[in-house]
Write a protein that binds this ligand. Structure first.
Ligand SMILES: [Zn+2]
Length: 724
């Protein structure tokens, strides 16, 4: 019946651009073929509406109650009829139609989305005392005001942010690093419990609903059984499989997997009409968004009772959970409590005790990290642990191996605490006779076969060859990372292949890549498309667009401030913030390279260990040639000064940021301005050079207009600083 029609969805690839334009990314079907049974326009409109309502209702029944009232076949018939009508009346197609869940053509790659408000992680506690301490901090922070908590299970899924504008789902993004995530709108659209349009008249203009995408146990098992009977490998871990599923480029493969969603938070909401989180959750529910089983607790004792209760029944839940989340309910209280640089102060997770399992060590292999550390890893007989199949466990370092007295063939207890890789905690067969071989540190690097050395006083064995491919790959990936030189187009897969081909033997080689642009465009790279259980390799041509982006990215990276270059060099003990301290203090790479240990320690925040490590780098032949090669390649070696006269694009400029921005968070834009040599102030005056105004800018905008201070929008700002 549907053989003739060809729904054509435009692939969901979009440039990094404002949210508003996302809503039009999926265009109506384009087939114009008429069928004899097609009703006239007005009738079609009615029928389409009726079909959409029916299908939505069936979706809801299916997911809320798991009790469909029609057969799959009947359901498919409704969908087919709707598709047919929409095909013939493209003007009646809508982005929130259930037909849009089916999934279109595969997209070409992922686009990054900046969260309007960062998705912070949550601090963890592991026992009752820590919960009481948290409660003490909340009580002090609120200075005697009464407060209540919302308690709900912590679902072990994939955190996602759904942005609705004027009730329509405009995009969905993964958490990413909290500030910038991947756009997964194309796959999220196929997750039926997520409404494409929020129902109700009280939906704010903009609402970001945050929650967890998870694979319900039943659906996961059923999907695995299907794979098994088709002779395909099964997925091991529902959460990893969910991540893999969301990152499918081809959304049509996601539609049948039965992923689900539960809301547990929010990002930007404007206007905000709710005083408490529980009230907002109630609104979510009315709008058709699934919410979890929550409880309100008046006291910490009630919280603890609730947590204990759930610990007992967590295995009966339809999803995996490793703890509970406790949040202050009042939105006003949340504001008062604020957040640390990492965590909100009004929220904490309570982790259930780690689960343990017994297994046997088959052998031990050695892994080499980016700083050359060689770590032992136990290869185990596969064992089930917290819902996942575990076949490797960390042994951390060789001191730990000695302390535990682990030997090959031993039966050991492995444990998984939260997100961490499972670890060996104890040997069961210590006293049994005829135990296996001891585990000794390797005498040469398992990757480059070069010499190894033990850290002075440290516990790590390290490959000391700076040219070691294992280190080189990791180092190059770090160098190109978002917080370093930010050449993201040069991802892991590309770096690895180019190292293997011998194109990249040092950081400076990155700057010769533009010369090899054409050859690169023709190259094919193997990507892994699914990370759980089944690993499928896809060969992708690099292509003209990526090659151009790479050239652009490499060129742009030459202008990064010294602090980023330093962070990129991966000098031991020098992370992002210490790199900034050093760069601000010394101003140029040359001055820094000449600074004595004493001079280095004069910098606030630089201790003897870091000072020594910096000297070791600049005194070594490898270190010196590394930074000099970068300088010769044209990489900037100066830190823009904050005051006037610096190299920064915004040097000496005083800028006011006001209103809600689409792409940059407030902290993000402020740090960009600072990085480029400008400064931000809170009020507009004659000294203000310009104002960056977002949505709902208000009084500052009026003042700027009164004083004839230049006002620009976010896009113009980004263009001006060359980031658009
Ligand atoms: Zn090595």
């Amino acid at each position: 019946m549907t053989a003739w029609f060809t729904p054509r969805l435009i692939p969901g690839i979009v440039r990094r651009e404002s949210a508003a334009s996302f809503s039009h990314r999926i265009l109506p079907f384009t087939s114009r073929r008429r069928s004899a049974i097609m009703p006239a326009m007005a009738d079609a409109k009615n029928e389409i509406q009726s079909l959409r309502d029916q299908i939505d209702e069936h979706d809801r029944r299916y997911h809320d109650f798991a009790r469909p009232i029609i057969s799959d076949r009947e359901y498919d018939r409704l969908i087919d009829r709707l598709k047919q009508l929409e095909t013939n009346h493209p003007e009646l197609a809508a982005p929130d139609s259930p037909t849009q869940r089916v999934g279109g053509k595969p997209i070409e790659g992922f686009v990054h989305v900046t969260h309007a408000q960062p998705m912070l992680s949550i601090d963890n506690t592991y026992n009752e005392n820590e919960l009481r301490e948290f409660d003490g901090r909340v009580a002090r922070g609120l200075e005697g005001e009464p407060y209540t908590y919302v308690v709900d299970p912590k679902i072990d899924g994939v955190a996602i942010s759904l942005r609705y504008e004027k009730s329509l789902l405009v995009f969905a993004a993964t958490r990413g690093d909290g500030k910038v995530g991947d756009d997964v709108t194309h796959t999220i659209r196929t997750v039926k419990p997520i409404p494409l349009r929020l129902r109700g008249s009280d939906v704010p203009d903009v609402v970001e609903i945050r929650g967890e995408i998870y694979w319900p146990r039943d659906a996961f098992d059923a999907y695995n059984r299907k794979r098994e009977s088709a002779g395909q490998p099964v997925f091991a871990n529902p959460r990893n499989a969910t991540t893999g599923t969301l990152k499918q480029l081809d959304a049509s493969k996601v539609a049948g997997r039965g992923l689900s969603f539960i809301a547990h938070g929010f990002g930007q909401v404007s206007p905000v009409k709710w005083k408490s989180f529980s009230a907002l959750l109630g609104a979510f529910k009315n709008w058709g968004v699934p919410i979890g089983e929550i409880a309100i607790a008046e006291t910490i004792d009630e919280v603890i009772a609730r947590v204990t209760d759930w610990d007992g029944k967590r295995h009966d839940l339809p999803y995996e959970t490793d703890g509970m989340v406790i949040k202050v309910d009042s939105l006003h209280h949340r504001e008062v409590l604020g957040e640390t640089s990492k965590y909100p102060r009004w929220c904490i997770a309570y982790k259930f005790a780690a689960e343990q399992a017994e297994s046997k060590i088959k052998r031990v292999d050695f892994q080499v990290g980016k700083s050359g550390t060689i770590t032992p890893r136990a290869v185990l007989d596969p064992v089930q642990l917290s819902g996942t199949t575990v076949s490797h466990a960390s042994l951390h370092n060789f001191d730990q191996v000695d302390r535990l007295d682990v030997r090959i063939g031993d039966t050991v207890i492995v444990q998984k605490a939260g997100e961490i890789i499972p670890q060996v905690v104890r040997v069961v067969t210590k006293d049994s006779p005829g135990r296996g071989e001891r585990i000794v540190p390797p005498t040469k690097c398992p990757v480059c076969e070069g010499a190894v050395g033990k850290d002075e006083g440290g516990v790590y064995v390290r490959c000391v060859n700076p040219m070691c491919p294992a280190q080189l790959k990791e180092r190059l990936i770090h160098f190109c990372g978002r917080n370093q030189m930010d050449i993201e187009i040069l991802g892991e897969v590309v770096v690895e292949k180019l190292v293997d081909k011998g194109w990249l033997t040092s950081y400076a080689d990155i700057y010769t890549l533009p010369e090899q642009r054409d050859e690169l465009a023709e190259m094919y790279f193997e990507y892994e498309r699914e990370n759980a259980g089944e690993i499928k390799k896809v060969s992708v041509r690099y292509g003209e667009k990526r090659a151009d982006k790479l050239v652009e990215g490499v060129e742009k990276s030459k202008r990064r401030p010294l602090s980023r270059v330093l962070a990129a060099l991966n000098i031991r003990h020098v992370g992002g913030s210490s790199a900034e301290l050093l760069a601000e203090h010394f101003g140029t790479m040359k001055k820094l390279s000449e600074a004595s240990e004493e001079a280095l320690q004069e910098v606030d925040g630089v201790g003897p260990e870091m000072a020594k490590s910096v000297r070791v780098f600049f005194d070594s032949e490898a270190g010196r040639s590394t930074w000099e090669a970068l300088r010769e390649a044209g990489v900037n070696m100066k830190q823009p000064t904050r005051a006037s006269g610096g190299d920064g694009l915004l040097a000496g400029k005083t800028i006011v940021v006001t209103g809600t921005l689409e792409r940059l968070g407030r902290k993000e834009i402020e740090s960009i301005i600072k990085e480029l040599g400008g400064k931000t102030t809170g009020s507009v005056s004659k000294k203000t050079d310009f104002v960056v105004a977002g949505d709902k800018a208000g009084s500052k905008l009026d003042k700027a207009n009164k004083l004839s201070v230049e006002v620009i929008d976010e896009t113009t700002f980004l263009k001006r600083i060359g980031r658009d």
